[in-house]
Design a protein around this ligand. Sequence first.
Ligand SMILES: Nc1ncnc2c1ncn2[C@@H]1O[C@H](COP(=O)(O)OP(=O)(O)OP(=O)(O)O)[C@@H](O)[C@H]1O
Length: 956
Amino acid sequence: MVHLVPMSSSNAMDSAMDEVDPQNSTIPLVPLDAFRCPGEVNKPSSFTPSALHQLRRRAVERFREDPPNENTTTSPRASTASGALLLSSFYLLRHLILPRMGNLNMDGASENANFRSGIRAPRVHTTSSTITAMTLTSGTHTSGTLQEITNSEHNARAHATGTKRTYTGAIPLPEPKTRKTLADRGGEPIPKSQLPSAGPNAAARLGIKPTSIANLATTHHPPAAANSSRPASAIPGASRHAPTANFGKSVGPGSRPPISSRAPTSTGFHQGSTTGTRGASRQRPATSMGNRRGEDDAGQQGQPVQQAPQAPQQSWDVDGRLSEFETQFKVMKEAFDSTLTDRKAMEDMIDFAKQRATELERDKQQLRETNHQLESHFESMRQENYQLQKEKQQLMLQFEAEQTKHGYELQGKEAEQQRAVDSLKAQFSAEVQQMKQEHQHALESLERQYQRRSKDEKEQQAKEIEELRKRLGAEQQDMNLVVKKKEQEIEELRSQVESLKLGMDREHRVKEALQQQVTEMATTNMTLESGSRALRAKIEFLESGSKQQSDAFADMEARLQEALRVAEEAREKLIKEETERRVLFNKYQELKGNIRVMCRVRPVLNPAEGDAAAIAFPDQKTSAQIEVTGSEERTSIGTVSRKVLPFEFDRVFSPAVRNDKVFDEISQLVQSALDGYNVCIFCYGQTGSGKTYTMSSPDGMIPRATHMIYETVTKLREKSWTYTMEGSFVEVYNEELRDLLTPAKEVDPKKKLEIRHDERTKQTTVLNCKSVPLDSPNRVEQMLKQAQNNRSVAATKANERSSRSHSVFILKLVGENSATHERCEGTLNLVDLAGSERLNHSQAEGDRMRETQNINKSLACLGDVIEALGRGSAHIPYRNSKLTHLLQYSLGGNSKTLMFVMVSPMEAHLKETITSLRFATKVHNTHIGTAKSTKKLTGKERNSESRNSDSRASDY
Ligand SMILES: Nc1ncnc2c1ncn2[C@@H]1O[C@H](COP(=O)(O)OP(=O)(O)OP(=O)(O)O)[C@@H](O)[C@H]1O
């Protein structure tokens, strides 16, 4: 910061200079009044303080470095001359330099202003100031006296004149002051107090000769410097010595070119200003007379200065010197005028600079205020920044603490998670390991199991294959034997058939003859009757004419006797023919097979039963075939088809066939029972297929059979046959026999029904079973009702009223012929089998399931027995079930067997229907053997019959 310090005297300037601290930012401004002449008011108010300070300090230092020689005695005159010279120099300084210094001051002010405001002044001023400072600095290094100042002033002025070009001609030159010439003022005494106190050394350095002082005192008057605050050290221009001459040259027109075309001179100033090096600064500044250069040159060349002897000769040419001085003064005056012009321009510039300074001051003030505001703002910002920094530090600390804490927590959680992950990994690995082991164990066990199973299956299959092979071989052998046997039988049967055909033809012929005889006898009888009527009429006529009548009566009686004899013969012949017919019929039955199979299809009872199965009866003529369309079957390529299954039996009854027609087919078997055969008629089929209806319905086989038997027995009475009939009704339930004719409450548990076989008579009796004599048809009906009531009936899901037992009606027929003395024992077994449905179909549970199992078992045993009979096995498994055990003598051997396979017409029962038909086909293909009558013959017939039996037995 720059402070303007007002000063009014040189002392003040000195003190200010002394107070200047170059290092301090506070620089005192030296008032220009210290260099101002009295009365000069309109001058620059300040000078560059640094330059003045430098100037003064250099001068003092120089003076101290080169003090006046104490040994040299300075004469007052010399001192006066030196003082005059100094005054002269000071005068020049006063009028030539100060105006420039004013400019410099202006420059300094500008510089100060610049310094204070920080805004650069116009370049021309700044350059001038800078050059001035440089000149002052470089010039004062080489000389320690006021000559140096002069030189510096010259330098400063040179630069100032350089800047003056801008204002040349633009500003009018001021009026020159009226001054005395040096010639006029040469005789004026110089106050001693104003003489400089410089020593002889200083005068010597200035080139002042002691001998020229007196002349100078008369021709040269020092300028009025009495008002100068600083005492002059010498009076310039007191004599014609070299410095004065040099001075005049230095400022005169001869040494200085015009301003507009000034070229660098060869003077020391010019050299000093252009050579600013340290070596150049050591050179003494050139004087106007050039003697210094000569001294320097001589000094440098080691030659002593030789100018002193010439000085007296020049100093005594006073007129010349005065004229020269006058000339020089004119020149100087012109220079002063020019300088004044420059000064005016400079003052204008100063004004301009002042205005500029004022503006700058205002700007400075504004900037200061702005600066204050900015400072306050900066302060607030700094405080805020401090607060923010503080907060930032706190936040940083907090953040670091949080970060540390969070890091610890994170580490803890990471460790915890790591532990959890490790534990989970261990757990998972253990589980995986365990699962692998379990899987491995399971796989191994499964592998072992499958290996074991496959091994067992292989062994089982191998065994089965082996068994099947053995069985196949045995069956093949059996089949071969059977085939051979069958072939023999076929041959025999063919021959028998042929013979029988012959016999039948003969019988037919006999019968026709007999019938013809009967007809003839009837005709004869009619003839006889007519004869008898004629005879009666003749008797009546004879009675009227006695002899003639008695002859006619005798003739007629003879003829009657003859007729009676013929009739008796015919009757005997008929009995004989009936016996032969029976024999032929039984033989025919035997040829047809001892087991016959008939099929019956019941009708659809109600449309609500469902759809009817596709059952056809293709052969209407023989009525022996049935075709059943099977269930839908899906082939491998996805097509749906239904197979037509043909079956052929001994007789097939369509749904339209009634019971009487069915009975016609079995009536011959009933007759066989009357003839002494064991006959077994049983109904096989699923529940609801019509077994009971066929067997036990009011017009079923049992009633019809009994009715037939009654009718036949009645008829046979004419043929001397008398029959006794006993009936019993048993039930096979859960492989136990129950008497259906004994009410449950009357059953004695201690008396169990037992099957007894009479090997001799081939008859089977059931112990403790009630046997009812059937002496009338009503008695049979009562027996059937009683048996029906006692029969075990249980409800199943297949049929609400289903027989769960096998019922067997046993009718024993014993006949005796009083005429022929024949006796026969036949048994008619009418069996209503239980339902043949399979266990899974009935969906029975508990007791019902046990019933079904036993039913199936007994039916299976029935099939086994039939199969064994068909194969001609030595062992027939009758005892495997109660049913077959009971029917042992009615199945095979000397028995005749008829199986009704009952078929339901419903589509829902199609599967069971086909199963039943297949079973029936199996039975139908079985040849049980030849039946034997149990008829006992008496006398010749018995012998004859026994021969026939032996012959038949030998056939098998
Ligand atoms: N040919 C037929 N004509 C008219 N109805 C018949 C015929 N066959 C059977 N039915 C009737 O069908 C129903 C079932 O017959 P049935 O009871 O005889 O069968 P089932 O085979 O004896 O049965 P279960 O084994 O239960 O004794 C009866 O109502 C019966 O009247």
